[in-house]
Design a protein around this ligand. Structure first.
Ligand code: SPD
Length: 428
């Protein structure tokens, strides 16, 4: 006699470690395996463990497919459980073996709910209270996949819809775009969040308008990095600006932004902008002395191609290329998530600009680990970032441009550092 369900317990050995640690890829492979077997998908939930491993379940109308992976062993344990006889779980088995590039797979099939051992009751299920709604299964299920930006101790996870809209391993880094539930499209580099549609204004308004509102005669601007276009968009809101040069090392970032983040990347087509795809460090080495009023270092985190953007040699060139009244602003990481980079950069800038001319300030970026991020302002002529602020002009500017984060209250407040941050900045 046929059982109620078939349960295949699967072992996949010798799989690609990279695939077994890739949540969106595993999730889409599991969904595809369910579909190929003829199942009707209800929902899926996947979770990325730190530092490695993925667990997930695809609920199908005929029961479920579940997985747990150990990328470090190239091993995945998979359960394929189907009820009835319309779905063939062995089709899912074959599909997943290929998808995970398993060298070897083994499986045992169990019969679940042997009918000769079961007796059907005549309970009136309709009167039991908790009956499932008689609606057909959703045609578009809610996928639940998490992107996690983390180090070995701290993580921030953002739920997205599972599909990777853009994925490219450029010569420099892995560039991806995800579609998140709460933050819109999100650009990531090497598994670190760069910006999301919903909260990018916090970052871009604060890295640009804080310095520019106290230096109201900026004409020539250089942006190092910033390939998404958000910083250029904010710079161009200042009418004094005559030209912007942006040097972005990775054209894949520009391409991803042009395709998926139009609210940022439209600025990349502005006639005042010269966009150069090149190494900003090399560009600055050969740039003329005193050629820019404002230099923005809108970098990714200090790994891979951005390491040099946190070095003294680079900031010597920044200083040299600034006009006598020039200023710079750099993204300087999180005081908590990357304390070393934050403190070292501040000290490095103090050595070059003078201690009184370097001012770190804070911004809340909800999609970055710890939520607390920093920028560091440096001025060649000693223009203080708060004392000279024209409050009314700042407020007018914020209102005229419908800014979402920057305003005349936030500007001075951003420089108020909590005591633990003041302490970490004290030089030994
Ligand atoms: N972890 C994020 C560090 C900041 C990266 N820069 C973002 C670029 C936005 N234009």
């Amino acid at each position: 006699m046929k059982p109620l369900g078939r349960h295949i317990l699967v072992e996949f050995y010798g799989c690609s470690a990279e695939i077994l640690n890739d949540v969106p890829r595993i999730e889409s492979s599991m969904l595809e395996a369910a579909e190929k077997a003829g199942a009707t998908i209800i929902n899926s939930v996947f979770h990325h463990f730190s530092p490695f491993g993925v667990s997930g379940v695809v609920v199908i109308q005929e029961s479920h497919l579940a997985i747990h992976t150990w990328p470090e062993y190239g091993y995945a344990a998979v359960d394929l459980f189907t009820c009835g006889y319309t779905v063939n779980p062995w089709v899912s088995y074959a599909s997943l073996k290929t998808a995970f590039q398993a060298e070897h797979g083994s499986a045992i099939e169990l019969n679940r709910g042997q009918l000769e051992l079961l007796e059907k009751t005549d309970v009136d299920l309709a009167n039991m209270g908790h009956t499932a709604p008689r609606t057909p299964p959703q045609t578009k299920h809610n996928r639940s996949v998490w992107f996690t930006d983390k180090d070995e101790n701290i993580a921030l996870s953002i739920r997205h819809k599972g599909d990777r809209l853009f994925k490219e391993k450029s010569p420099y880094q892995l560039v991806e775009v995800f579609d998140t539930y709460k933050y819109g499209k999100m650009l990531t580099v090497d598994k670190m969040v760069m910006c999301s549609e919903k909260d990018e204004t916090s970052y871009h308004e604060m890295i640009i308008h804080v310095p520019m509102m106290v230096n109201p005669d900026v004409k020539k601007v250089l942006v190092i990095g910033g390939g998404d276009g958000g910083s250029v968009r904010e710079i161009l809101k200042h009418d004094t600006v005559e030209s912007v040069t942006m040097v972005e090392i990775d054209e894949a970032v520009v391409r991803a932004s042009r395709e998926f983040l139009p609210a940022l990347s439209y600025a990349l087509d502005d006639p005042k902008l010269t966009l150069i795809i090149d190494d900003g460090i090399e560009y600055l080495k050969s740039a003329p002395d005193e050629s820019f009023d404002f230099i923005v270092i809108d970098s990714s985190d200090p790994v891979g191609p951005s390491v040099g953007l946190f070095s003294a040699a680079f900031y010597d060139d920044v200083f040299r290329c600034l006009t006598p009244t020039g200023m710079m602003c750099a993204q300087s990481e999180s005081p908590r998530f990357n304390q070393t980079a934050f403190v070292d950069l501040s000290h490095c800038l103090q050595d070059i600009f003078g201690p009184q001319n370097v001012h770190p300030y804070l911004v809340f970026i909800q999609t970055y680990p710890t939520g607390m991020w920093s920028f560091t302002y440096g001025t060649k002529a000693g223009i203080h970032p708060v004392d000279g602020l024209d409050i009314e002009a700042a407020e007018r500017f914020a209102k005229t441009h419908d800014l979402q984060y920057y305003n005349s209250d936030v500007h001075p407040a951003a420089f108020c550092l909590p005591t633990f941050i003041q302490k970490m900045l004290v030089r030994p």
